[in-house]
Design a protein around this ligand. Structure first.
Ligand code: FE
Length: 224
């Protein structure tokens, strides 16, 4: 399997700060659909307890925050053309009948000295499984606030690709009283990653779970 190299991270179930999975993308060439690659890779894992527990909450798959001070701040990326202000607070963006692979997007927001940042606003927006954004409403757009441990969890789907872009989820992180970090997160094992000029391996999610409880986690480090 091309995505075999990130399976140890699945077993650990930890949120990694930087590009622990970066090397895996360069070893990937055969998959044209990241969602199927991720699901199939996760489905073959026998070490993830989460894969055997469909009832596991997204938060439980986040694990302990992995952060070594001083941590490298998460890089900023372009907002792109499809951001729309005014998205509602919503921890579950999956609507009835929505196509696509459900995804628990979880993680932490921390400072560079690894202090958890509570009440940070984590907003995401993304394409649907066919690669289309909802530019008239707020489908697949919403935000949550981090808890006291700096943790967040949003239920969404794996986005589709659209021309010029690999699978990605846009993110804005706004610490309580702080300035906003705008960035994007990506999926390990997606063939289109390396052809996407905006993609950066430091922004890869760490994946766990299986087809019924796929989870992607990331620790956002907010620089000084
Ligand atoms: Fe986009």
């Amino acid at each position: 399997m091309p995505t075999r190299s990130f399976l140890p991270a699945l077993a650990l179930g930890l949120a990694l700060v930087v590009a622990a999975c970066g090397a895996s993308s360069s070893a990937t060439s055969s998959s044209s659909r990241a969602a199927s690659a991720i699901v199939s890779a996760a489905a073959t894992s026998t070490t993830s307890s989460a894969a055997e527990s469909p009832a596991a909450s997204p938060a439980s798959s986040t694990g302990a925050v992995a952060c070594t001070s001083p941590a490298t701040p998460t890089m900023a990326e372009t907002e792109g053309p499809y951001y729309k202000a005014g998205a509602p607070e919503n921890a579950d963006l999956v609507q009835a009948g929505m196509a696509g692979t459900p995804l628990a997007l979880t993680g932490y927001v921390v400072s560079a000295d690894c202090t958890p940042l509570a009440n940070a606003r984590v907003e995401i927006w993304q394409a649907d499984s066919a690669g289309n954004y909802d530019n008239s409403g707020y489908t697949l757009r919403g935000y949550v606030l981090t808890d006291a441990a700096g943790r967040f969890s949003i239920r969404t789907i794996v986005p589709g690709e659209y021309p010029g872009r690999t699978e990605h989820i846009h993110v804005k992180i706004t610490p309580d009283g702080g300035s906003t970090l705008t960035t994007q997160v990506y999926f390990p094992g997606t063939t289109a990653n390396d052809a996407d000029g905006i993609y950066d391996p430091s922004l890869l999610l760490t994946m766990s779970g299986g087809a019924s409880d796929l989870a992607g986690t990331y620790t956002f480090v907010i620089g000084g």
